[in-house]
Design a protein around this ligand. Structure first.
Ligand SMILES: [Fe+2]
Ligand SMILES: [Fe+2]
Length: 231
């Protein structure tokens, strides 16, 4: 870690902090990031863009640090009022990351703020629509929703993969950018491998070493990102 530039250390630390906020959070953060980076690769974004998406995606939910336990950890569905509190995590996270000139942290703030926007403008917090939603946030939104559907919740079981894929297809153009959904749905076996590899990183090395390995020993191109790019 000593040779890393500052944004990497900040992002790795915040990923660990966010990942400790509730059980299974870290797995969600790293799987989501790995799938988002893979989708960026499928879209043939330039290398820097792909690398930045990979680095910032794990902190998309960092604002959950500021959500009270009785809402974040409530073992039941949320009331409307509690939903409103939960939705504040977008702005809390963005405010935490904003205000630096560093382009990686600026992208992290943008993804934290906009990963719950919908393509039709019905999302939050800004109600942005279409390509007004930053591309990195549109990418993370798909990876995030897909991973969340595959995870069990206290009020529902984990969704079978085919149901989660159907849900993405159903909400294409409504919640999600239809071009990105189409590219995602063409790569399901690869997405499955990427998720498993991210999961394996934590299972094999534990939370702290798993995150350090995710961010890589040097800042140029973490090994795990190179692995994703070869799928
Ligand atoms: Fe979120
Ligand atoms: Fe999330």
């Amino acid at each position: 870690m000593a040779q890393q530039s500052r944004p990497h250390i900040i992002l790795a630390s915040l990923t660990l902090a966010g990942g400790s906020r509730y059980p299974s959070a870290l797995g969600h953060l790293l799987r989501t990031a790995a799938v988002a980076a893979y989708l960026a690769n499928v879209l043939e974004l330039d290398d820097t863009e792909q690398r930045h998406i990979y680095l910032v995606a794990p902190v998309h939910d960092i604002g959950k640090l500021g959500i009270p336990d009785d809402v974040l950890l409530k073992p039941a569905s949320l009331t409307d009022a509690e939903h409103e509190i939960m939705q504040r995590h977008s702005d809390i996270g963005a405010d935490l990351l904003a205000g630096t000139p560093d382009p990686i942290l600026q992208m992290a703030a943008s993804v934290a703020r906009h990963h719950h926007e919908h393509f039709d403008g019905s999302g939050y917090p800004a109600g942005l629509a279409g390509e007004d939603v930053p591309l990195a946030a549109r990418i993370v939104a798909i990876a995030d929703a897909f991973d969340a559907m595959l995870e069990p919740r206290v009020y529902r079981q984990a969704m079978p993969e085919h149901d989660a894929l159907d849900a993405l297809a159903d909400r294409s153009g409504q919640y999600f950018d239809p071009t990105l959904v189409e590219r995602f749905l063409n790569k399901v076996p690869e997405v499955r491998r990427v998720r498993a590899a991210a999961e394996g990183l934590i299972r094999r090395y534990g939370d702290v070493s798993g995150v350090i390995r995710f961010y890589g020993a040097r800042d140029k191109s973490p090994a795990f990102l190179r692995h994703i790019q070869t799928l």
